[in-house]
Write a protein that binds this ligand. Structure first.
Ligand SMILES: Cc1ncc(COP(=O)(O)O)c(C=O)c1O
Length: 389
C-alpha cells in the first residue's frame, strides 16, 4: 500500500479546538467523574415545536425532495429580507443581496474561495471563531491577525493595521456580539469599519451569528445599518443560536450583490443548496411566534447570573456579558489558560475552553458556554467553591 500524505493545507491546520477538549473529557469521564460540560457553545434546549412541525409537514411534500436551488428558495430569501427590514430597517433585494447557507459556518468557510488568490491577505481577529483563519488558509490566503484586547473593548484597533498590510488585504472578518469574548459593537465601530474598508478597498464580512442572543434588553445592531456598509460588505446570520437549530444547518449571507454572487458561485460548484423543508422551517422560525426567543434570552440571563456570582465569589474577574451565551473570564494570577482549564477539569469535572485555543491574545482567559440547565450551573458553582489552587 502506498503512503497517504495529506495536502499542505491540511498539514498547516492546528488540531481542531474541540477535538483536544473531547479527548481530555473522555479521559476524565473514564475516571467516573460526573462532567459538567461548559465547553462547546451548542444550545441544550430543543427547537421550538412550531418549527419542527413546519419541517415535518414540508418534508412530506415531494416537491421538496429534489435538488433545491443553490442560492436558496425565493420564499426563504424573501422572509430574510422582511426580517432585515423589521429588525434593522435595512432594505435588501432577496434575489441579488441574499443567499441561503447550510449554516453560517459554510458561508464563512467558503467565501475566501471567491475573493482570495494565493498569497492575498485577510484581516482576521484573534481570539476568534477559528473558521475565519481556516477558510483563509484553505483558499491559499494569508491571515493577518488583529488582536482583540480588553482595553479596546475587544474591538480590533484598525489604526494598528500597517498601511502596507491594509493595501494588500482583500477581506476583513468582524464578529459582534463576539465569540469568545462576548463583547458587543455599536454603530460607531461599524462606521469606522466602513471608512477603513472604503479607504483600502477591503470586503467586510460581519459574522452576526449571535445577534439575537441578547440579554437584559440589549439590542444588537447590524453592520448593514451603517451608511455605505452595503457598498463594502456582507453579513452572516444563522438560525442556530436564535432558535436552537444548530443541528439543522441553516443560515444566510446578506450584503452587496457582487459579494453575495461570488459566494453563490462557489456554492454552485461545491454544494447543492439547503433542503427546502429546512428552509420552510426557517421561515416558520423567522416569522412565527417569537416568545421562545424572549424566553431563551431570560434563560441565558439567569444562567449568566448564577455563574458570574459563583466565579466572582471564588475571586475571578469578569464583566457580565450583554449578549451571547459565553462568559469570558480571566484566569487566576499564576495560571495559564490551559493550566487553569486542566485544574478545573481534574478537580471539579467542569469543562471550559482555554482562551488561547481561539488565538494567542486569548491567553490568560477561559470561556464558559452557558449551555447547561441552571441547576447544573448551581452544582458547578458549588464545586468551584471547593476548588483548591
Ligand atoms: C461566531 C460564530 N459564527 C458562526 C458560527 C456557526 O454557526 P452555524 O454554522 O451553526 O450557523 C458559530 C458557531 O458556533 C460561531 O460561534
Amino acid at each position: 500500500m502506498f503512503e497517504i500524505s495529506q495536502s499542505e493545507r491540511l498539514r498547516q491546520l492546528p488540531p481542531y479546538l474541540f477535538k483536544e477538549i473531547d479527548r481530555k473529557k473522555a479521559e476524565v469521564r473514564a475516571r467516573g467523574v460526573d462532567i459538567i460540560d461548559l465547553g462547546v457553545g451548542d444550545p441544550d434546549r430543543p427547537t421550538p415545536p412550531h418549527v419542527v412541525a413546519a419541517l415535518a409537514e414540508t418534508a412530506r411534500d415531494r416537491a421538496n425532495h429534489q435538488y433545491p436551488s443553490y442560492n436558496g428558495m425565493g420564499h426563504f430569501r424573501e422572509a430574510v429580507s422582511r426580517w432585515y427590514r423589521q429588525r434593522f430597517e435595512v432594505g435588501l433585494d432577496p434575489d441579488k443581496e441574499i443567499v441561503t447557507l447550510i449554516g453560517s459556518k459554510e458561508g464563512i468557510a467558503h467565501i475566501p474561495l471567491a475573493f482570495i488568490d494565493p498569497g492575498d491577505v485577510a484581516l482576521v481577529p484573534e481570539p476568534a471563531y477559528p473558521v475565519y483563519k481556516i477558510g483563509t488558509i484553505f483558499a491559499g490566503g494569508v491571515p493577518y491577525y488583529m488582536p482583540l484586547k480588553e482595553e479596546n473593548g475587544f474591538l480590533p484597533d484598525l489604526e494598528a493595521v500597517p498601511v502596507e498590510v491594509a493595501k494588500k488585504a482583500r477581506l476583513m472578518y468582524i464578529n459582534y456580539p463576539n465569540n469568545p469574548t462576548a463583547a458587543c459593537a455599536g454603530l460607531d465601530f461599524y462606521r469606522r469599519v466602513v471608512e477603513f474598508a472604503k479607504e483600502h478597498e477591503i470586503i467586510v464580512l460581519s459574522d452576526a451569528a449571535y445577534s439575537e442572543v441578547s440579554l437584559d434588553g440589549y439590542v444588537s445592531r447590524s453592520f448593514l445599518e451603517v451608511e455605505g456598509a452595503l457598498e463594502v460588505g456582507l453579513e452572516f446570520h444563522s438560525l442556530s443560536k436564535t432558535y436552537n437549530m444548530t443541528g439543522w444547518r441553516i443560515g444566510w449571507a446578506a450584503g452587496r450583490a457582487e459579494i453575495v454572487r461570488g459566494l453563490g458561485m462557489v456554492k454552485e460548484n461545491v454544494d447543492s443548496g439547503a433542503f427546502q423543508a429546512i428552509q420552510f422551517a426557517g421561515i416558520a422560525a423567522l416569522e412565527g411566534d417569537q416568545r421562545p426567543v424572549m424566553e431563551m434570552r431570560r434563560m441565558y440571563a439567569r444562567r449568566r447570573d448564577v455563574l458570574v456570582a459563583g466565579l466572582r465569589n471564588f475571586g475571578l474577574q469578569i464583566t457580565p456579558p450583554q449578549a451571547t451565551f459565553y462568559l469570558w473570564v480571566r484566569v487566576p494570577a499564576g495560571y495559564t489558560s490551559a493550566g487553569f482549564t486542566s485544574a478545573l477539569m481534574d478537580q471539579t469535572g467542569i469543562i471550559c475552553t482555554p482562551g488561547n485555543g481561539f488565538g494567542p491574545s486569548g491567553e490568560g482567559y477561559i470561556r464558559f458556554a452557558l449551555c447547561q440547565e441552571e441547576e447544573r450551573l448551581h452544582e458547578a458553582v458549588e464545586r468551584i467553591r471547593k476548588l483548591r489552587l
